[in-house]
Design a protein around this ligand. Structure first.
Ligand SMILES: Nc1nc2c(ncn2[C@@H]2O[C@H](COP(=O)(O)OP(=O)(O)OP(=O)(O)O)[C@@H](O)[C@H]2O)c(=O)[nH]1
Ligand SMILES: [Mg+2]
Length: 302
């Protein structure tokens, strides 16, 4: 039942790579839907999740970090983020806790000047700085944009996260409940499975390899009786040398990625999982429209 005071709308999380957008979204909705890692450019597609309470419904839209694209995949990711800006009721711009405002932040501020949507600045990761410093960050950011609000927070520790929800509601229009209360995300289970495997690969591998990885689910079938799901998936990488590293000595790396992913997939599906992983090389797939589309990054969807 919705009432006259019920509010609803779309709220995007934007910012440079690695500032904690996906961590914050997961925290706010109380579930891990978007994958996270300490490697920049973890999120590649827009990911919608739903927060429902008695005040209303917030549809969060997590986006890829805005960065200088070096290939077609990068261009695709930045387009996803920038397109989303015009389709929402409130923008949450996340930044690192710092007085240094670089070209990346200035570029985002310029994009924001083109929209009339209220922008709430979230200075994230305040658990990593001294309390006294926070005012200085706020002062610096005030100079570059006329924010609706500025909220220092920690997505990791859950500091000021309720404040973010309350503030978002302040700026949301009155409206109907879009989704039923059980709906948490628009992401199909298969997609979340692929992402969880990619997350474990991202977290286990060093340097340039993670950026060149995609994951495809080749088969996913629940056995009769509903106690076990068989999943076959392929990790795609860009070079033969990367394939060797992903498999590891005697298969140790692939086994590690597989067992970490399996545990989380089992939690999500609430049943045992039999996961088989393969590794394939597709040279420079990040610059091929055809291959990108195959792996779920279709320009037409942006
Ligand atoms: N200390 C601290 N670390 C955080 C906080 N929020 C996120 N992180 C860490 O920052 C890293 C990046 O987090 P993500 O949520 O993947 O960042 P993102 O902005 O979604 O990154 P992209 O998807 O690459 O654009 C991870 O290692 C997180 O654990 C925070 O409040 N405090
Ligand atoms: Mg992310």
């Amino acid at each position: 039942m919705t009432t006259a005071s019920y509010k609803s709308g779309f709220v995007t999380l934007i910012g440079r790579p690695n500032v904690g957008k996906s961590t914050l979204m997961n925290y706010l909705i109380g579930q891990k839907i978007a994958i996270t890692s300490n490697k920049p450019q973890t999120t590649r597609n827009r990911i919608q999740t739903v927060y429902t309470c008695e005040k209303g419904q917030i549809v969060f839209v997590d986006t890829p970090g805005i960065h200088k694209a070096k290939n077609k995949l990068g261009e695709y990711m930045v387009n996803v983020a920038q397109r989303t800006l015009n389709e929402v009721d409130v923008i949450l711009w996340l930044v690192e806790p710092s007085t240094f405002i670089g070209a990346g932040e200035r570029h985002i501020a310029e994009q924001l000047l083109k929209t009339k949507t209220p922008v709430i600045l979230v200075i994230n990761k305040i658990d990593t700085v001294k309390r006294e410093e926070i005012l200085k960050f706020i002062d610096e950011y005030r100079k570059i944009y006329d924010f609706a609000e500025i909220i220092p927070a920690s997505a990791l520790k859950g500091q000021n996260t309720q404040d973010i929800i309350d503030t978002v509601f302040k700026y949301l229009p009155y409206g109907p409940q879009f989704y039923d209360e059980e709906t948490v995300t628009d992401q199909p289970e298969r997609q979340i499975v692929a992402e969880l495997i990619r997350e474990k690969a991202l977290r286990s591998l060093d340097e340039e390899i993670p950026h060149g990885i995609a994951v495809s689910i080749d088969r996913m079938r629940e056995r009769t009786g509903g106690k076990l799901t068989d999943i076959e998936a392929t990790i795609i990488c860009e070079r033969d040398s990367h394939k060797g590293i992903i498999i590891g000595k005697g298969g140790t790396m692939l086994r590690k990625i597989g067992s970490q992913a399996r545990k989380e997939i089992e939690e999500m599906l609430e049943m045992k999982v039999n996961l088989q992983l393969w590794v394939k090389v597709k040279k420079d797939w990040r610059d091929s429209d055809f291959l990108m589309k195959n792996f779920g990054y279709d320009k037409k969807d942006v």
